[in-house]
Design a protein around this ligand. Structure first.
Ligand code: T1G
Length: 659
């Protein structure tokens, strides 16, 4: 039974129990409709408290139902019924009230939240807009500027900010349900507050600033339709009668729900949650991790240490000497200072986290570590040596994790006394911000170690993709493939700025040549030199990047790479680079051709998809969706396109349909 009703001395408790997140599935909607009828008919009921079992309030419509024919009662219709109830409904919110969950709470007459609760309308992240009245009711409860921000970003707000905005009436002081029942008793006999639909929309204070914000959202949306629909819906809420705005919202929702962009984003939503559901771990319990050792206090090591501290782990940072350890600790502190400055952690938490960090050069400091991550110089011998030092001081069950970005994790594991305890944890820089964590699975790793590594990654709020052992694992291997293709196109006739523009117009955050200039051309140069000995001589090789490095042009850090950076950051096309490229084409006897943006992207996507298929064929990735997840979360492949493999699959299906 998804919804039950109990009565406690005049207060009806409507309880939703629909694991895992109390999504507003068809059974829940039927149950709520029944609960409304029952409480309206029962003269002993004076007020209603709506709450949920488990870890969260309603987390939204059931996204799994979107691909199916709609079933009555539709959420918008049900919410109108609740809003029209003759007795007050009080929403008791814990966990997250998201999407249709918050829209349900908006149709209750009052809203209480637990202190740690979050409230949001994340539909835009599914290529949708709130479709159950959220765009019309929210600007009637809180300022238009705040409503626009919540709906256009999809980011949830804390209970504290919700109270400040007027989104909720109260934050529970103690037990949420107890406080909600007490609150309900306190309003019995009082006149019902006017429904949100009967209130005027709260107009923006500064119309010009509001219009400017709308333009900024439209501009940022690019080819995405949901943000533009959200802008229109908010304007409707401000300008149209509520019924007309509701009708327009529902129409827009139905159009978006059937749009390929939403289908792609729903694919990503579920793909990101399925990456670690593998048979070998079905009945394997992860070990408890409390203390993490990090070897290496450079950029990556400090970022990893900060990520672990921010997720509540104690961290022991080890460097080659105390001075280096202190520098590493200072890097970690700088990251935590940034989190404090951005209001992501409180001053008290900042102090507490720093107290959980110890830094030194003595490996015996790792004696209590449950898991040790090495983030030292990318050299196989150095890493093998580090793990020998670690093994000598830690417990036999301590897990050894390497952060290598391309070395053979099996070779690192095999150099230890117990390869079953070794795993790869490939963080992307900056490690405390980037969502993707590639868990690299060596041959000998035990199920318990793998399960524990995944559990740690999830505790760090990372999106995990499992990878087999190969050069570059998944994301970097695919990036190398399309970087090569882009270099071929330079010789064939394109210029770096042509290619980068095509990539950003497609929806990637940055073109490959600007990205390399930002990272430093010497990184891929070192990789090409490393691979030179084993490079297939029949494979085409482009010397342009090497020539730039040989001239000392390593990218933004030297003021010149593929672009010039007169002001140290703005990338400007460099005529000398163009001359170098033309000379290379001539030297190789290539007749240069023009490239349209579509052709550039076709070649890039083909390179991604071809390498992705190889990765699948070699068993490096479990499935194509994992490759999409990796490319979206490592290199910003646009979510609303689903990922390179999703695009290939969709194009294949469309090809079949149109064949
Ligand atoms: N529908 C169906 N399943 C859902 C779901 C949803 N809305 N949200 C989560 N799940 C499943 C998820 O697939 C996973 O399943 C399990 O719950 C745990 O999720 C009308 C139209 C709530 C913050 O976008 O943000 O309302 O893998 O791993 O990290 O206007 O889930 O266990 O089988 O993410 O603790 C709007 C999406 C929908 C919220 C919990 N709502 N969910 O995070 O767990 S559209 C959302 C989340 C809508 C209205 C519109 C998070 C969470 P499984 P999880 P978590």
């Amino acid at each position: 039974m998804s919804v039950t009703v109990t009565c406690d001395n005049g207060i009806a408790l409507v309880t939703i129990d629909n694991p895992p997140v109390n999504a507003a599935s068809h059974s829940v909607r039927l149950g709520l409709e029944q609960a409304l009828r029952q409480t309206e008919a029962d003269d002993t009921v004076n007020a209603v408290v709506l709450h949920c079992m488990g870890r969260t309030f309603i987390a939204g419509a059931d996204v799994k139902e979107f691909g199916q024919p709609p079933q009555d009662p539709a959420l918008p219709d049900l919410l109108l019924q609740i809003e029209g109830a003759s007795k007050p409904w009080v929403a008791a919110i814990h966990g997250s009230a998201l999407g249709g969950g918050l829209e349900t709470a908006l149709c209750c007459h009052y809203r209480l939240a637990a202190a740690e609760a979050k409230l949001g309308l994340p539909e835009v992240q599914l290529g949708l807009l709130p479709g159950a009245g959220g765009t019309v009711r929210l600007p009637r409860l809180i300022a238009a500027e705040r409503a626009l921000n919540m709906i256009s970003t999809g980011k949830p707000v804390s209970a504290q900010l919700a109270l400040q905005d007027g989104l909720i009436d109260k934050i529970a002081a103690g037990d949420l349900l107890h406080d909600a029942v007490q609150f309900a008793r306190s309003i019995v006999g009082k006149a019902l507050p006017p429904t949100l639909l009967s209130r005027p929309a709260i107009k923006p204070k500064d119309t010009a600033a509001f219009e400017a914000e709308l333009s900024k959202i439209a501009q940022k949306a690019g080819a995405q339709d949901a943000p533009k629909a959200i802008i229109q819906a908010i304007q409707n809420a401000l300008d149209l009668p509520p019924d007309a705005a509701l009708t327009a919202e529902r129409r827009a929702f139905q159009i978006l729900r059937s749009h390929p962009q939403s289908a792609a984003m729903r694919h990503v939503f579920f793909a990101e949650r399925n990456t670690t559901k593998i048979d070998r771990l079905k009945d394997v319990a992860p070990r408890k991790i409390s203390t993490v050792g990090v070897i290496g206090g450079g950029t990556m090591g400090a970022g990893i240490a900060a990520a672990c501290l921010l997720s509540g782990f104690a961290v022991t940072l080890i460097e080659r000497d105390q001075n280096a350890a202190n520098q590493g600790a200072a890097r970690v502190k700088a990251t935590l200072d940034g989190s404090l400055k951005r209001g992501m952690i409180s001053p008290a938490k900042h102090t507490h986290l720093l107290a959980a960090l110890s830094a030194g050069a003595d490996y015996t400091m790792l004696a209590d570590a449950d898991l040790v991550i090495e983030a030292v110089f990318e050299d196989l011998g150095v890493k093998q040596q580090v793990f020998k030092h670690v093994e000598a001081v830690v417990r036999p069950d301590t897990i050894l994790a390497t952060n290598t970005s391309y070395l053979d994790v099996n070779s690192i594991a095999d150099a230890t006394g117990d390869p079953s305890r070794v795993i790869g944890l490939h963080f992307f820089s900056p490690a405390h911000i980037m969502k993707l964590l590639e868990v690299v699975v060596p041959t000998a790793v035990s199920d318990a170690v793998l399960a524990t590594a995944i559990s740690l990654a999830k505790s760090l709020r990372k999106i995990v993709v499992l990878s087999g052992v190969c050069d570059g694992f998944i994301a970097n291997r695919i990036m190398s493939a399309y970087r090569r293709e882009c270099e071929y196109m330079l010789e064939d006739g394109a210029l770096p700025w042509d290619i980068d523009t095509a990539m950003t117009e497609f929806g990637l955050p940055m073109g490959i040549f600007q990205m390399q200039d930002l990272a430093g051309l010497d990184i891929s140069w070192a990789m090409r030199k490393r691979q030179a000995a084993t490079r297939d001589p029949s494979l085409r090789y482009v010397d342009i990047g090497d020539k730039l490095c040989e001239q000392g042009h390593l990218g933004r850090k030297t003021g010149r790479g593929y672009y010039r950076y007169e002001d140290g950051k703005t990338a400007r096309p460099d005529p000398e680079v163009e001359a170098l490229i033309l000379a290379e084409s001539k030297r190789k006897g290539i007749t240069r051709q023009g490239f349209a943006a579509a052709e550039i992207m076709a070649r890039i996507l083909s390179a991604m998809q071809t390498e992705g298929q190889r990765i699948l064929d070699e068993g490096i990735a479990h499935n194509a969706a994992d490759i999409d997840v990796a490319m979206i979360n490592a290199y910003g492949f646009p979510r609303w396109r689903g990922g390179p493999m999703y695009m290939a699959d969709t194009q294949a299906r469309l090809g079949k349909d149109t064949a």
